[in-house]
Write a protein that binds this ligand. Structure first.
Ligand SMILES: NC(=O)c1ccc[n+]([C@@H]2O[C@H](COP(=O)([O-])OP(=O)(O)OC[C@H]3O[C@@H](n4cnc5c(N)ncnc54)[C@H](O)[C@@H]3O)[C@@H](O)[C@H]2O)c1
Length: 278
């Protein structure tokens, strides 16, 4: 019997927290560049009563995304898309960050925008990092929001990026703008799409950073932010659940900063000292 389908790309702890909240009774497609990550998530979710399948997908490849769409629709109507895949400035090169985080997300929204079911909803995990970039011109905003995906990486101001932090910030800003552009198209199918921009969320990698050589810098930042601590994947999951539920139907094309006030403090509070380093 055809089921409703939730698609999760990027099966780390943020993605899993969201899938657990929206995936009960549905078929959950677990997609990841590293199939072993998808399989680990499948084991945890299957043992908690969810139905899953796994597939290896590189977000930075249109062919892989098309394979993912084909895999997902074979189970039934695609009700949810969760994009929690991505590479961070300390993990990847400028080219890889732009190809995966910026270009890949644009293609993913374009392709799932063709199949998302009536009443469906999606979330893209962006980052507080995109909120640390100064204002772009209206022309640059429009180019990031609405250029054909295949032209994004050839935009002159994108080609000029040479450091990984800038590549990450532009990618995350682009995610937010792309979500606005796609909301207009997804709306025609009766579906919503939003982005969530988290601050530091404790995951195995973030935990390593907190206790690694640069840990004191991170711990100081968390001490000084208004919430005084890092966030948890479940708090991001709770926000995503609301946006993807029937109560979130009037919310689309929006970005939600969930960072314990870190961005507010970065611009106007105790964390302004970080501007010298970002
Ligand atoms: N953890 C944080 O503090 C934090 C803060 C802000 C934003 N984010 C964003 O949240 C998202 C998820 O991050 P996370 O912390 O859960 O990280 P994570 O590393 O635990 O999970 C990310 C997953 O994405 C997969 N992935 C990497 N490249 C891929 C690709 N090309 N195609 C498909 N899958 C790929 C990885 O294999 C991994 O399983 C990322 O977009 C990240 O930028 C995380």
């Amino acid at each position: 019997m055809a089921k409703e389908v939730s698609v999760l790309l990027g099966t780390g702890s943020i993605g899993q927290a969201i899938a657990r909240r929206v995936g009960a009774g549905k078929h959950i497609v677990l997609a990841d560049l590293r199939i072993e990550n998808a399989e680990k998530a499948a084991k945890i979710l299957e043992d908690a009563g969810f139905e899953t399948s796994t597939i290896a997908v590189d977000l930075g490849s249109r062919n892989d995304i098309l394979k993912l769409v084909e895999h997902a629709v074979s189970f039934g109507a695609v009700k949810n898309l969760i994009n929690a895949a991505g590479v961070s400035p300390s993990q990847a090169s400028v080219n890889d960050i732009l190809r995966v985080d910026l270009y890949g997300t644009a293609v993913l929204l374009e392709e799932f925008g063709k199949v998302i079911a009536d009443g469906g909803s999606g979330v893209v995990i962006s980052s507080q990092s995109g909120h640390r970039l100064g204002a772009l011109s209206e022309e640059q905003n429009t180019q990031l929001a609405a250029s054909p995906a295949e032209e994004l990486l050839s935009l002159p101001f994108i080609m000029a990026i040479t450091d990984t932090l800038k590549a990450y910030q532009y990618s995350k800003r682009c995610n937010v703008l792309r979500v606005m552009y796609e909301a207009a198209r997804w709306g025609k199918r009766g579906a919503t799409i939003n982005s969530i921009s988290p601050g530091i969320i404790i995951t195995p990698l973030a935990n390593d950073e907190l206790h690694g050589p640069r840990g004191e810098g991170y711990r100081k930042m968390l001490r000084l932010c208004p919430a005084g601590r890092a966030g948890t994947p479940d708090e991001v999951g709770d926000l995503a659940e609301f946006l993807m539920s029937s109560r979130g139907k009037w919310i689309t094309g929006s970005d939600f900063l969930i960072d314990g006030g870190t961005t507010a403090s970065y611009w106007y509070g105790d964390l302004q000292y970080l501007k010298a380093t970002h």
